[in-house]
Design a protein around this ligand. Structure first.
Ligand SMILES: NC(=O)c1ccc[n+]([C@@H]2O[C@H](COP(=O)([O-])OP(=O)(O)OC[C@H]3O[C@@H](n4cnc5c(N)ncnc54)[C@H](OP(=O)(O)O)[C@@H]3O)[C@@H](O)[C@H]2O)c1
Length: 244
């Protein structure tokens, strides 16, 4: 029987590439999306053409009831979830001086509470199965901080604390929990940055290029595989050496 991977926020960007990479590795894919659009249909077609099963599940990760529902739908369909990748995330950048409480809460609700909402519902099934992999997509700014991103950096640092705590809670159940901290990856999220900001960032990347969604997906593939069976509670930076 094929293994099943659930990837949140997987219609575009890094999440989409993680879904494609794991599908090529033979996983059946439970693909969480927020809104039905052309990107979802294209991603679905691309995964189907690889020859694995794909089951798209609608849901806003910041809504607990949505997560409870779509995890149940996946279990009804596939009977198991072997790998969970908490990828869905947003930014809402501004200096704290201008930031309203809602601007802070929105980012925490999606990135950090969203990670809790999905994990909480998946973990019971992994405990019963006595195996599982949870891979949380954090960010290097959760380690280093970044001016204009106090909300986002706090959410991503929170994900690191969540990852390490869960790794300790779940190790005895053979569930491994790790985080990936991407640096600057070329997606819609970073497309909006001004060229001069991009130039400044590039100057701080020793490998002298921006990352690709494939760079992140390859690290996820490793953390989902048997090759990483002695690794838990770790944060792997995929950032060209930007933060070390
Ligand atoms: N790009 C980078 O440089 C970078 C660096 C470090 C970390 N990351 C992290 O990597 C992850 C993916 O980023 P990306 O660059 O691929 O971003 P992206 O291109 O903006 O894609 C984000 C994805 O998350 C989904 N999403 C957002 N809010 C959601 C919600 N409440 N419920 C369900 N899905 C939701 C989006 O769905 P819709 O299409 O419905 O909006 C979209 O599919 C994020 O956690 C991000 O913080 C990215």
């Amino acid at each position: 029987m094929s293994k099943v991977a659930l990837i949140t926020g997987a219609t575009r960007g890094i999440g989409k590439q993680i879904a494609l990479t794991l599908a090529k590795d033979g996983y059946d894919i439970a693909l969480n999306y927020r809104s039905e659009n052309e990107e979802l249909l294209n991603t679905k077609k691309e995964i189907e053409s690889i020859g694995v099963h794909i089951f798209p599940v609608q849901g806003d990760v910041s809504n607990y009831d949505d997560c409870e529902r779509f995890v149940k739908e996946i279990i009804s369909k596939f009977g198991q979830i072997d790998v969970l990748v908490n990828n869905a995330g947003i930014t809402n950048d501004m200096l704290l001086m201008r930031m309203k409480k809602e601007d802070f809460e929105k980012v925490i609700d999606t990135n950090l509470i969203g990670t809790f909402n999905v994990t909480k519902n998946v973990v019971n099934y992994m405990i019963k199965a006595r195996k599982g992999r949870i891979i949380n997509i954090s960010s290097v700014v959760g380690l280093s901080g970044n001016a204009g991103q106090s909300n986002y950096a706090a959410s991503k640092a929170g994900i690191i604390g969540f990852t390490k705590s869960l790794a300790k809670e779940l190790a005895s159940r053979n569930i491994l929990v790790n985080a990936i901290a991407p640096g600057f990856i070329t997606t819609d999220m970073t497309k909006v940055l001004k060229d001069e900001i991009k130039e400044q960032i590039l100057n701080n990347i020793p490998l002298n290029r921006f990352g690709t969604p494939e760079d992140v997906a390859n690290a996820v593939k490793f953390l989902a595989s048997e090759d990483s069976s002695y690794i838990t509670g770790q944060v792997i930076n995929v950032d060209g050496g930007m933060v070390m």
